[in-house]
Design a protein around this ligand. Structure first.
Ligand SMILES: [Zn+2]
Length: 327
């Protein structure tokens, strides 16, 4: 009801359009991004709000224009809920750049609810092989890292690194490994070594004193999921001459980048990736089903939503948290 406040029940009504579906929500993940929206950390949250942007549920009703989805289908809904479908970006299949897009929490209510009315063009059939709880985090975290990897256009058997092994990083390692790349997972906590190996990566202790010299000019691609301060220059030195560094999360402070590292004996580049397109989402879900990729999750009943939010705030959650209405 107000910035930083607890979750409490309320009802709202939304007009049901021709392109809409009514989804009975079964699962919704709780992420740091939701807490940031609840706390109005970006300054654009609208209250009362309903956060929750990794949603899975069953279609109960579909509008007259909806052909692809029908009653009973299991669908996933992510952060982006609509686009204009007319601008250059939309026409090119990059709806994620549409300036008229609507997103959870800022423009429209999200998934910490019984139901959601969603534009069917931003709802995606969940492949049967995927478990609802394990698949929920794919809808935003999975999409973000999968589309970042697609943008990098990696040659086969590339040497790649993932920085930060949280909700985004654990999925990135799985995608890259199943695509056939040689993956290193960087973390300052040796407690993550076993997890990284289980996901298909090699563990690198980013706090080790020799980490810079051990990996100089080694990687074709580095994906950073870090949201804490780090020295980007030491990682740029680890990139091979045409290597690419991609960021999908934002550290606390501005960082100093030594521009010379982009061209001295090299042709390195740095780019960012913002969520993904609808095409990326469909590709990511199909790839995940084919290669059995899911997020590692702890499942809690929806009634414990405030406990789940408190756990996220404490920063002590090793896995992703997913709320389940059936518990
Ligand atoms: Zn548009």
């Amino acid at each position: 009801m107000h910035p930083g406040g607890p979750a409490e029940p309320f009802t709202y009504e939304r007009k049901f359009g021709k392109n809409d579906i009514l989804v009975k929500i079964s699962h919704c993940a709780v992420a740091t991004g939701d807490v940031q929206i609840i706390n109005n950390e970006w300054g654009d949250s609208k209250f009362p709000l309903i956060a929750g942007h990794e949603i899975i549920g069953i279609v109960e009703r579909s509008g007259a224009n909806v052909m692809k989805l029908k009653q009973g289908d299991r669908v996933g809904v992510g952060y982006q809920l609509s686009a204009c479908f007319k601008c250059k970006f939309c026409r090119d299949g990059n709806e994620q750049f549409c300036l008229q897009q609507k997103v959870v929490g800022v423009d429209l209510p999200g998934g910490f609810a019984q139901h959601i009315v969603a534009d069917a063009r931003f709802a995606f059939k969940v492949p049967r092989k995927l478990d609802s709880a394990g698949a929920a985090p794919l809808l935003s975290s999975g999409l973000t890292v999968y589309s970042a990897i697609m943008r990098a256009k990696l040659p086969k058997h590339s040497r790649v690194a993932v920085l930060g092994i949280g909700g985004l990083g654990q999925l990135a390692i799985q995608f890259l490994h199943k695509m056939g790349h040689d993956v290193s997972g960087f973390s300052h906590s040796p407690g993550k070594a076993k997890l990284i190996r289980n996901l298909g990566g090699n563990y690198v202790n980013s706090a080790a004193p020799t980490v810079d010299s051990d990996h100089i000019r080694k990687f074709d691609f580095i994906l950073s999921t870090l949201n804490v301060d780090f020295d980007i220059n030491s990682y740029l030195r680890m990139l091979s001459p045409e290597g690419k560094f991609c960021v999908v999360a934002q550290p606390l402070n501005k960082m100093l980048l030594s521009i010379g590292l982009l061209y001295d004996y090299a042709q390195r580049s740095v780019f960012g990736n913002y969520t993904g397109s609808r095409r990326d989402m469909a590709g990511m879900l199909a790839f995940s089903a084919r290669h059995d990729i899911q997020s590692m999750v702890n499942v809690m009943p929806f009634s414990q939503i405030n406990e789940a939010i408190a756990l996220i705030k404490s920063g002590k959650v090793p896995m992703r948290l997913v709320l389940d209405h059936s518990l």
